[in-house]
Design a protein around this ligand. Structure first.
Ligand code: NAP
Length: 482
């Protein structure tokens, strides 16, 4: 029987789990127990990283015995059934007071279900979103834990020790109870989808509008990364565009098949937003743009359909590039604004006390959407915790005020040129919808009342009304249905 030497354990020795275990082991005071379903993976990790001083277990019992009480273990296995399978085994060998953390990409409703079930055994269950990919797991991710306050008390110092550091602060906070952490991680991924799509649209417009090469556009992105758009995604975009294919000598981006894959967290964000009634149109367009790209038969069938008659020629390439930069900035603000709206709605629906400013803070480092302007989001929520729409906070309102003319020019140019820009244009439509004095929703309500007697409200009276649309139709009556 193993001595209980380890203060933390990791189950799952694929890339994320092994990197997270190495990260944990590299921090002072940690001894890490590791376990993987098939021991060969554990052995490879032991062989490759003797410096980590891992305590390897062959089965769940040995794993539990190697952990100091109260035990804490982080599961990093395939999301879904495999995570349930591991939890089931851990519950058999753990004791009340111990902590099971799921660090995988779980659907937050699964986390709520698991937390409820595990809590009944007296064991704590924490769903923790972990962002930053393999490098983040190894060097410092952004961590979004949910779960109970008691579990956070024990986990807080451990998570703080391995998280990314942004401006001196570790990128981790106790997001809220049960599924709150995975909910916020899901929205993080949704925003990531939108951000990536917006950057891709910016690239496409510049390339097709100015004829610049990917390498030249890489320089533009590198320049943008020195200013207000500074972010991990802009930085890596420059690197991707700079890359030359060793086989053909062409820009690598030109030899990559133009069909974007997805693992599902973007779709979850949109599905959840639909359930909550939150318009995350930029995120939805990004998810749909990937779906459209991955329909080769439909795209081939439609490829002969006509586009605009005139070729797309940009009169002033430099001015156009600057317009695209501003459109990107404005649209990006909308994507974040929509994402935070979803977090607010989720918190309300599920009873989580989520500090929006803290979420922006822990996204400043380690994660894929880390960006300079996240500080502005923190400030906006600090200034006004009840902010109803992020885009209305003074800093962001000033940005959209100063960029909207360029934003409109870009969307018009894209439409006239026949270049798809779903994320740019839907973000602008959302912005215009939000700021409109009056929307054609009034007509929609009239239609709904016509065919389904769904009733409507009047601008000049309290109550709910229904018009008798049938009959001779000249006589329109409204009646108070209350
Ligand atoms: P993965 O490919 O998602 O999963 C492989 C791991 O799952 C292996 O350790 C495998 O064990 C284990 N596993 C599969 N079925 C199992 C079962 N029924 N019982 C026990 N173990 C089982 O690994 P990953 O890419 O390292 O990701 C781990 C988690 O982190 C996932 O939830 C993923 O969504 C999340 N995540 C990944 C990234 C990323 O960039 N990759 C970023 C953030 C979050 P065997 O070796 O025995 O097959």
């Amino acid at each position: 029987m193993a001595n209980a030497q380890a203060n933390i354990g990791v189950v799952g020795m694929a890339v994320m789990g092994s990197n997270l275990a190495r990260n944990l082991a590299s921090r002072e005071g940690n001894t890490v127990a590791i376990f993987n379903r098939s021991f060969s993976k554990t052995q490879s990790v032991l062989d490759a990283h003797p410096e980590a001083g891992f305590i390897a277990a062959h089965d769940y019992k040995e794993f539990a015995d190697s952990l100091q009480k109260p035990r804490a273990a982080i599961i990093m296995v395939k999301a879904g059934g495999p995570t349930d399978a591991v939890i089931e085994e851990l519950v058999k060998v753990f004791e009340p007071g111990d902590i099971i953390v799921d660090g995988g990409n779980a659907l937050f409703t699964d986390t709520i279900r698991r937390e409820k079930a595990v809590r009944e055994t007296g064991i704590n269950f924490v769903g923790a979103g972990i962002s930053g990919g393999e490098e983040g797991a190894l060097l410092g991710p952004s961590i979004m834990p949910g779960g109970s306050d008691a579990a956070w008390e024990k986990l807080g110092p451990i998570f703080r020790s391995i998280a990314a550091i942004a401006e001196g602060e570790p990128c981790v906070t106790h997001v809220g109870h049960d599924g709150a952490g995975h909910f916020v991680k899901m929205v993080h991924n949704g925003i990531e989808y939108a951000d990536m799509q917006l950057i891709a649209e910016a690239y496409d417009l510049i390339r097709r509008g100015t004829g610049k090469s990917p390498a030249e556009i890489a320089e533009i992105f590198a320049e943008w990364n020195k200013g207000e758009l500074e972010s991990y995604l802009i930085e890596i975009t420059a690197e991707v565009l700079r890359q030359v294919d060793a086989k053909t000598g062409k820009p690598l981006v030109d030899v990559i098949v133009d069909q974007a894959g997805a693992k599902g967290t973007g779709a979850w964000t949109v599905q959840t937003a639909l359930d909550l009634g939150i318009p995350v149109s930029g995120i939805a367009e990004a998810v749909f743009a990937r779906s459209l790209s991955s329909k080769p038969a439909q795209r081939a069938a439609a490829s002969a359909l006509p586009g605009p008659d005139e070729a797309f020629v940009v009169a002033d390439p430099e001015a156009f590039v600057e317009d695209v930069r501003q459109a990107l900035y404005a649209s990006k603000i909308i994507a974040y604004s929509q994402g935070f709206d979803e977090i607010v709605a989720g918190a309300e629906q599920y009873g989580w006390d989520i500090k929006k400013g803290e979420i922006a803070k822990i996204w400043r480092g380690g994660c894929i959407i880390r960006a300079r302007f996240l500080n502005r989001i923190t400030e906006a929520y600090a200034e006004n915790p009840g902010l109803v729409a992020l885009v209305t906070a003074s800093f962001f309102a000033e940005v959209v005020t100063s960029t909207q003319a360029a934003w409109r020019r870009v969307v018009v140019a894209a439409a006239q040129a026949g270049i798809p820009s779903p994320a740019f244009s839907s973000s602008l439509a959302y912005y215009d919808g939000l700021r409109a004095d009056r929307l054609p929703a009034a007509l929609v309500q009239g239609q709904r009342d016509f065919f389904g007697a769904h009733t409507y409200k009047r601008v000049d009276a309290e109550g709910t009304f229904h018009t008798l649309w049938s009959g001779d139709r000249t006589e329109i009556e409204a009646e108070d249905t209350h």
